[in-house]
Write a protein that binds this ligand. Structure first.
Ligand code: UD1
Length: 359
């Protein structure tokens, strides 16, 4: 069986690594890796390949940044001749980024079977570009691998035949389980002079939080109030998009109470996340990782496509005004958090994917 895997953006790398490894272990698949180049900075791309032990991509499409149409179109234009020449049995596409949907479109039109890993998640929020990517990718997929029961229900409601849907668990958690021990030996917090459990970790990069200067300024102000109000330092590694937006604000005093860091490598970030008192984020994957690590997580969004992190995990949504964030953090920090595991988040999702595909 010949498989071409597509990756493009940071969260894709953690998902594809265990899948490639699982197929490799079977010895029954010939695999190739295509990097679209959606993310190209070392901090967002190359270091992740190194940390996760991913093979060097067989093809790098080098599409880079741009508007959604431009970026998706560029991936399609560059990927089509690669897949047309290669004609694999399957194209594996993961997550919900622009590269994910572009790959599904190209493969489906060439009559190549599409496998979507992390299928069926729905926020119901059509203002999120990822929601559009998720729905379209799922519609084009022949095998839909899901992480939680809500995803199966969403797909069934949308009329996807049940024989295409496979509840396998979470490959992001496979990667977490594989690396958490190594990450904990890094002691990143300690090296910064911080005790475990003494600080809060923050990541914000969604357009809905960082693209509007007033909203971004209000969030930064709220984070400063959290430092003053809780006594916990706030560590904030910056995604390049957030970095640019903060620079555009030109109000340095908002950053003074915060410990601003560059984008971190996978293992460094995992080390900081494991030892954090709490997490404030708008990421998708971090809601899942904190659930397994038992770290309280506040997700600054109106909705989540990962409701199992609310019902089984440590996640809670915060959709109010930024000034109310301090109270939400206080509440999250005093509440007992269950260290629960959503069903099948056991570190073996990729093995199930390989077994089902080869069947
Ligand atoms: C993308 C995904 C988002 C995911 C995020 C993780 C889509 C629609 N969004 O968002 O779901 O959570 O990745 O990081 O696919 N840039 C760099 N260096 C890079 C890549 C980007 O500086 O290597 C800057 C560019 O200015 C670019 C901006 O970041 O315009 C946004 O990058 P883009 O890939 O369009 O989306 P993300 O915000 O990273």
């Amino acid at each position: 069986m010949r498989i071409v895997h597509i990756v493009g953006a940071r969260p894709n790398f953690m998902k594809i690594a265990p899948i490639m490894r699982a197929f490799e272990r079977t010895g029954e698949a010939e695999q190739a890796l295509v990097h679209t180049g959606q993310h190209y900075d070392e901090e967002l791309s190359r270091y992740f390949f190194e940390d996760l032990g991913l093979p060097r991509p067989d093809v790098d499409l080098g599409v880079g940044s741009g508007s959604h149409g431009l970026q998706t179109g560029r991936v399609m234009i560059a990927l089509e001749p690669v897949l047309a020449r290669d004609r694999p049995d399957w194209v594996f596409t993961v997550g919900d980024v622009n590269s994910t949907v572009a790959a599904a479109l190209v493969a489906a039109k060439l009559g190549i079977r599409v496998a979507h890993v992390e299928a069926g998640l729905r926020s119901g929020d059509w203002t999120m570009p990822e929601e559009i990517n998720r729905v379209v990718t799922d519609r084009l997929s022949d095998a839909l691998f899901t992480t939680e029961a809500s995803a199966d229900a969403n797909l069934a409601r949308e009329g996807v035949p049940t024989e295409r849907i496979h509840f396998v668990g979470n490959v992001m958690i496979d990667t977490l389980e594989q690396h958490r021990e190594r990450a904990s030996t890094l002691n990143v917090a300690e090296r910064m002079g911080l005790d475990a459990g003494s600080y809060l970790l923050v990541t914000l990069h969604r357009p809905s939080n960082v693209d509007d200067p007033d909203r971004l300024a209000a969030l930064l102000l709220a984070l400063g109030e959290i430092v003053a109000g809780t006594g916990h330092p706030v560590l904030m590694p910056l995604h390049p998009r957030t970095s640019v937006r903060i620079r555009e604000l030109e109000s340095k005093e908002l950053l003074e109470p915060l410990t601003i860091l560059p984008s971190l490598r996978y293992l460094e970030f995992l080390s900081l996340m494991q030892d954090a008192a709490g997490m404030i984020t708008d990421s998708g994957g971090i809601q899942e990782e904190t659930t397994v690590l038992g770290v309280p997580c506040i997700t600054v969004r109106r909705s989540t496509e990962r409701p199992v992190t609310l019902t089984h995990g440590t996640n809670r949504l915060y959709a109010g005004d930024p000034y109310g964030l301090l109270d939400a953090v206080r509440e999250a920090l005093i509440e007992e958090v269950p260290v629960a595991r959503p069903p099948l988040w056991d570190g073996h999702a990729a093995e199930r994917i390989a077994a089902i595909t080869l069947e």
